[in-house]
Design a protein around this ligand. Structure first.
Ligand code: 3PG
Length: 307
């Protein structure tokens, strides 16, 4: 079988070597397409691939249509909003992610971002500490849980809201469970987002929630750009000169926000939450192992689509 790694933002060379050894060790061949820039190159390369490994690369209906032999695509990472599940399912192509494999990298970045913005983006001036502040975690999955764990060691109080996790499980880990998002936002000095981008969450973080944050509140986004209602974010930051926003996924209106809000807003130049050697290796190898196992045994444990 031909396995194609298509990563516009490439894995580390160590991760690629590891993937190669797993794939070739199982008797398959590996092709690599990195920094390809435009979809037409992916369309060309995917034509004879049986399996595909991607990161945030968009697997669009056009890519799926061109992939005549494709049987499985693995998103090496957590969020699979870049995969067009409808066209994959229509062709009965298995789509998987590698949950948990890059979570620590994202969680550490979320903590780093809280410190960075609390210290005025490392520019002169009086900052503030995380100790004694309340951190509200929106979605207590693999990343949210790790952020909570790390934040506890800074002396933060942790509150969380996650309708898919039992209150008991969160309380057992020393987390105060918010009854709804309104409570989470109104009681948290920091909100850290760990929700996926889907039809329920897109544009869901806006004026109504953000305006509830206490004085000096800060929104930390290591999740997805699409979950933010950007015009409403701008409006609430205009009305409240104490609110801050730090994100790993630049908003469309970044230039305007920077001009208007200066050091109250920061976006990384390129998404780097999962951009560590460790996360590359964990997620890349997991993707390769899942593909090899799928071809050998039919294992679909991490399948995210239904057909
Ligand atoms: C994920 O969903 O796993 C993260 O957003 C990482 O995305 P990346 O592979 O583009 O770094």
């Amino acid at each position: 079988m031909k396995v194609l790694i298509a990563t516009d933002k490439p894995f580390s060379s160590k991760a690629v070597e590891g993937i190669k050894s797993i794939v070739e060790g199982a008797g398959h061949t590996l092709a690599i397409l990195e920094k390809y820039g435009t979809e037409d190159k992916l369309i060309e390369q995917v034509a004879d691939a049986d399996a595909l490994i991607v990161r945030s690369d968009k697997v669009t209906p056009n890519v799926v249509a061109a992939a005549k032999n494709l049987k499985i695509v693995v998103r090496a990472g957590a969020g699979f909003d870049n995969l067009d599940l409808a066209s994959l399912s229509e062709r009965k192509i298995v789509a998987m992610n590698t949950p948990g494999q890059n979570s620590n990298a994202v969680a550490e970045l979320a903590i780093g971002m809280m410190i960075y913005i609390s210290r005025n983006l490392f520019t002169p001036g009086t900052g503030s500490e995380l100790k004694g502040k309340t951190l509200g975690i929106q979605a207590y999955g693999n990343v949210g849980r790790l952020v909570a764990e790390h934040a506890k060691s800074f002396g933060m109080t942790i509150m969380a809201f996650d309708p898919f996790i039992s209150a008991q499980a969160m309380e057992k880990e020393g987390v105060i469970v918010a009854k709804d998002l309104e409570e989470l936002y109104s009681k948290s000095d920091f909100i850290s987002l760990h929700i996926p981008a889907n039809e329920h969450t897109k544009g869901s973080i806006g004026y109504a929630l953000l305006s509830k944050m206490p004085k000096g509140g800060c929104l930390v986004n290591t999740a997805r750009k699409e979950v933010i209602n950007e015009p409403e974010l701008e409006k609430v930051m205009e009305e409240r000169d104490d609110l801050k926003y730090i994100t790993d996924i630049a908003p469309s209106n970044l230039d305007t926000l920077k001009e208007k809000f200066g050091k109250r807003i920061f976006a990384t130049p390129k998404k780097q939450g999962a951009e560590t050697a460790e996360a590359n290796l964990n997620a890349g190898l997991a993707a390769a192992n899942q593909i090899v196992d799928f071809f050998a045994t039919g294992n679909t444990k991490f399948q995210v689509n239904k057909f």
